[in-house]
Ligand binder design. Structure first.
Ligand SMILES: [Fe+2]
Length: 137
């Protein structure tokens, strides 16, 4: 059995806002569970449940981020919401592709690169503003 995780969470991925970090870890955990099934040759069966779970949890997560951005008057909110919308759209397309070609790895790779890129990119941009406004050290 391959015992490695696909994404190993580390401190550099943290924004320092507990609820957001916690949710990000939840998303990463779901992607890792998906990888586990792919490794065991069961990726196609896990594709739909993984995407359903992610889609529901992602709505909660995006709502959390967007509400905090709104409450703190973050200026980049509109641009950030557009990225969230785009992810939802892209995930639907990728899911279709992965199903058509029977290659769950397509979805796996996309999820890893989008989420890590987003967490360490655009999310890092709003973090200082949120922390300052919310008084988080
Ligand atoms: Fe975000």
């Amino acid at each position: 059995m391959n015992n490695t995780l696909y994404i190993v969470w580390n401190q550099n991925n943290e924004l320092g806002i507990s609820i957001i970090d916690e949710q990000h870890r939840g998303i990463v955990a779901t992607i890792n569970a998906f990888y586990y099934f792919i490794n065991r040759g069961n990726g196609l069966n896990a594709l739909r449940p993984t995407l359903n779970m992610l889609s529901q949890y992602t709505s909660i997560h995006f709502r959390t981020e967007e509400t905090l951005m709104k409450e703190t008057g973050y200026k980049g909110i509109e641009e950030h919401i557009l990225l969230h919308e785009k992810l939802k759209q892209n995930t639907i397309e990728i899911a279709r592709e992965a199903t058509t070609y029977k290659e769950p790895e397509i979805a796996l790779k996309f999820l890893k690169s989008w989420w890590l890129g987003h967490i360490n990119g655009k999310d890092k941009l709003y973090a200082p503003h949120l922390k300052k406004t919310l008084g988080i050290q």
